[in-house]
Design a protein around this ligand. Structure first.
Ligand SMILES: NC(=O)c1ccc[n+]([C@@H]2O[C@H](COP(=O)([O-])OP(=O)(O)OC[C@H]3O[C@@H](n4cnc5c(N)ncnc54)[C@H](O)[C@@H]3O)[C@@H](O)[C@H]2O)c1
Length: 333
């Protein structure tokens, strides 16, 4: 039985506590949040679970094996470091840290102490991403041309980071998990209108073999859109995460070029075949992810969404911010 302490009970923390408590292999032995409103919500939802206002007390408690850090990004480094120094495994929210140097330091510390870090890239455990990964690994789409994601809605404005650091970790972690390729360079543009942080941004990532990715994140959209297009030589895929049933659609559409001469003379034929919607497993991603974390600790195995995956995302976010400051100049990774 793995004993968890959860630090941070704002918007996302309750989901972590609920899912941890639903697993037979673990137990929540304490929840920490300095906010009196959070205290009331914890006591109402989880009577009997001890509540702390000082994270040091919970992180240092001898009956705690692992800490879940579900607080704003600027606190991740300090809390994760304290947990590792106290000999605890850490489940930490995305984005892993505020910069690359912090992520590298935490990875080294965990290595030295033989402890596991898992970064909450929840989407990797959804039925949709698991299915897309399978399809790509089987070569269903053929050679990939592009990855194009739109993640826009109205709010929730964050006061400690821009829209890239808030929303793009999802797309970057999914992309890294699916593509098995490393981006070579990043360009990002964006604009802030309200609170000094960019509320709309466009990121372009360049990959080897002419593969390109584009991510559109926006807190100022009148409608919510969660759509990803993945274009390949053989097939094209559309993932609409807001669809209840047919989240994924595969189109047998494309362009066939018979000869090199054909390209110059535009003698191409457009292929428009069938569309099908593959079955997507209905799972609670967070439950699957937390269960996997417990298993990794028990087996002393490194999770695929561990510190290194978190670092890769932070490195891309840092590059995007650098490019943003230079109005889209290319930043090499
Ligand atoms: N994986 C996902 O899909 C997903 C979804 C939403 C949020 N998140 C991530 O979860 C994290 C928290 O986001 P949120 O929306 O819940 O934020 P929030 O502001 O709603 O909640 C954060 C909570 O942490 C508490 N807190 C702050 N500093 C603390 C400290 N030092 N010790 C203990 N408690 C502290 C605050 O009082 C607050 O209650 C962020 O990193 C965010 O990116 C992830």
């Amino acid at each position: 039985m793995l004993r968890f302490g959860v630090v941070g009970y704002g918007y996302w923390g309750p989901n972590i506590v609920r899912n941890l408590r639903s697993l037979e292999s673990c137990q929540v032995v304490g929840i920490c949040d300095p906010s009196p409103t959070a205290w009331k919500r914890i006591q109402a939802a989880h009577p009997g679970v001890p509540v702390y206002s000082d994270s040091k007390e919970l992180i240092g408690a001898p009956d705690v094996d692992a800490i879940a850090v579900i607080t704003p990004v600027w606190t991740h480094y300090e809390l994760t470091k304290a947990a590792l120094e106290n000999g605890k495994h850490v489940f930490v929210e995305k984005p892993f840290t505020s910069n690359v140097a912090q992520a590298e330091e935490l990875i080294n510390l965990a290595e030295k102490k033989n402890l596991q870090i898992m970064v909450d890239h929840t989407f990797l455990f959804t039925g949709a991403v698991r299915k897309i990964r399978k399809l790509l690994n089987e070569g269903t789409l053929g050679k990939l041309y592009y990855y194009d994601s739109t993640r826009v809605n109205l709010g929730l404005f964050q006061h400690d980071c821009n829209v890239i650091w808030d929303l793009a970790p999802h797309d970057l972690s999914i992309m890294n998990h699916l593509l098995h390729k490393e981006a070579e360079a990043i360009s990002a543009t964006g604009q802030s209108h309200l609170n000094g942080h960019e509320d709309i941004a466009f990121i372009t990532a360049f990959f080897p073999d002419s593969m390109i990715a584009h991510i559109n994140v926006n807190w100022l959209s009148p409608v919510k859109v969660r759509t990803t297009l993945i274009g390949g030589e053989k097939k094209m895929l559309v993932w609409n995460d807001l669809e209840a049933d047919e989240k994924l659609k595969i189109y047998d559409k494309g362009v066939d070029v018979k000869t090199q001469e054909g390209v110059y003379n535009l003698l191409v034929s457009y292929r428009s075949g069938d569309m099908w919607a593959p079955q997507v497993e209905q799972v609670e991603a967070l439950k699957l992810e937390l269960n996997y974390f417990v298993e990794c600790i028990q087996k002393d195995a490194k999770p695929f969404n561990g510190g290194c995956a978190g670092l890769k995302v932070v490195r891309m976010l840092e590059a995007a911010n650098e490019s943003l400051a230079k109005r889209g100049a290319l930043v090499y990774l």
